[in-house]
Design a protein around this ligand. Structure first.
Ligand code: ZN
Length: 140
């Protein structure tokens, strides 16, 4: 049944378009508030901390710490079912904000606060910010 279902793509809005465009170029970027200088994620048209309307896109480190995770055995969308089990988690980025993401990390190696780094993965030609264990960088 799921053979004819394609994986859902993100909904790209005028506010998030820059994030997805940069990701396609291999750049993981975040908005930074021009007033309070806090970084934010997800993309918005104003700062959620001080409500300032001016935000600037900045290169992000792509690094963070894993705060929690869950192994998905029953996908939330039918197209993902054939990819189960897979792992999603919340990564607290070095710049401050957190995001929910796919983890490309063996389940048995997952630990609280482990250092992770972004790995841009193409799903149906759509680049998505997945995260992998930072240590892998040093082993290669
Ligand atoms: Zn602000």
């Amino acid at each position: 049944m799921s053979e004819n279902i394609s994986l859902p793509s993100p909904t790209i809005t005028p506010v998030s378009r820059r994030f997805w465009h940069n990701l396609k170029e291999g750049r993981f970027t975040l908005q930074q508030c021009d007033s309070c200088e806090k970084y934010i994620f997800y993309p918005r048209d104003h700062c959620p901390h001080c409500f300032h309307p001016s935000l600037t896109w900045k290169e992000a480190s792509g690094e963070g710490a894993l705060k929690t995770w869950s192994v998905i055995h029953r996908a939330g969308h039918p197209a993902w079912q054939e990819h189960t089990p897979y792992t999603v988690g919340v990564v607290e980025l070095a710049e401050g904000p957190s995001l929910l993401t796919h983890l490309i990390i063996d389940e048995k190696n997952l630990t609280y606060n482990m250092e992770v780094t972004v790995d841009i993965v193409n799903i149906n030609s759509q680049p998505l910010p997945f995260f992998k264990q930072k240590k892998e960088e040093f082993l290669k």
